[in-house]
Write a protein that binds this ligand. Structure first.
Ligand SMILES: [Cu+2]
Length: 144
């Protein structure tokens, strides 16, 4: 199997995958909310913009998150930016079931326009809009 990656390609080695997955089976090569290993926007650089916009905010279009799939380093923050009253945020898979790694720190958020979440532990953490998740408005944070 040929994998395409940007940056730390060694993260996709089988041995390292076990560390990233946290032993829960949510390897970065697994599809989580439509995100596969080569889809994650690499925002691991200390100076990178780790904002996920939605609903027209921060480069997103209506029913999308931008980026949909984002890769960061453990200990970094991701800021979700948009109108939560229109697009309520929840951890988990489109349709509402949990998925990915345990301990997803993304809080259910239905008011306001910005929430910043720290991801201290490596893993794959899916998120979804509770109103439009099944229309494709969902994504995942890969924490390396
Ligand atoms: Cu939505």
């Amino acid at each position: 199997m040929v994998m395409v990656c940007v940056g730390a390609c060694s993260d996709f080695d089988p041995v390292v995958t076990a560390r990233i997955s946290g032993g829960d089976g949510a390897a970065p090569s697994a599809t989580v909310n439509g995100c596969t290993a080569n889809m994650y926007a690499d925002r691991t650089s200390p100076s990178a913009d780790r904002t996920v916009g939605f609903g027209g905010d921060h480069g997103s279009t209506g029913f999308t998150f931008a980026p949909k799939c984002i890769a960061i380093t453990a200990g970094q923050d991701v800021t979700f930016s948009g109108a939560f009253a229109t697009h309520p945020l929840s951890a988990g898979l489109a349709g509402g079931s949990p998925g990915g790694s345990p301990g997803n720190p993304i809080p259910g958020t239905a008011t306001g326009t910005s929430v910043t979440v720290r991801f201290p532990v490596a893993g794959v953490y899916p998120f979804t809009c509770t109103m439009h998740g099944l229309l494709g408005m969902n994504g995942a944070v890969l924490v390396r």
